[in-house]
Design a protein around this ligand. Structure first.
Ligand SMILES: [Zn+2]
Length: 147
């Protein structure tokens, strides 16, 4: 166990993600090889996002936590299905949150760079057809796996 090391931002996100999944401080500490104290400090520095993400169209819950100013425009899967002309940025962000993935986790799972996912979700980037297919196919599949 490494003592006295402060978790960096990336690690803090990871800690919050694990915590949001219901893992105990001790389990997170073990998994990341840091002290429980470090886990606790990381969580206190930035409080856990505890607001739900809700659909802007129908108000249905998309995810129980993670709500922020940036998630207010998201829509649930059913509403998305009724919006065939919804842009890729909205589609990707909505599906990703519904599937319970961070940008980082989605990047790891699909091999698409996190910075690319970030740009795609903000609409600053249009996806190449292969990237489009890969991301949406993955999120559709993970929906089935979770259902
Ligand atoms: Zn909806």
């Amino acid at each position: 166990m490494r003592r006295g090391r402060k978790p960096n931002l990336r690690q803090r996100r990871h800690i919050e993600h694990l915590r949001a999944r219901g893992q105990s401080l001790a389990a997170i500490a073990r998994q990341l090889g840091i002290s429980r104290q470090a886990v606790n400090e990381a969580l206190q520095r930035r409080p856990l996002p505890s607001r739900p993400i809700v659909c802007r169209q129908c108000g249905a819950m998309i995810a129980p936590v993670g709500g922020s100013a940036g998630t207010r425009q998201l829509v649930c899967r059913s509403c998305l299905a009724r919006l065939p002309r919804a842009g890729f940025a909205l589609r990707l962000a909505s599906l990703r949150h519904a599937a319970g993935f961070t940008q980082e986790a989605l990047a790891q799972a699909t091999g698409v760079k996190q910075s690319t996912i970030c740009k795609l979700e903000s609409g600053r980037h249009e996806p190449r057809p292969a990237t489009y297919q890969k991301l949406l196919a993955f999120l559709e599949h993970s929906q089935k796996a979770r259902a």
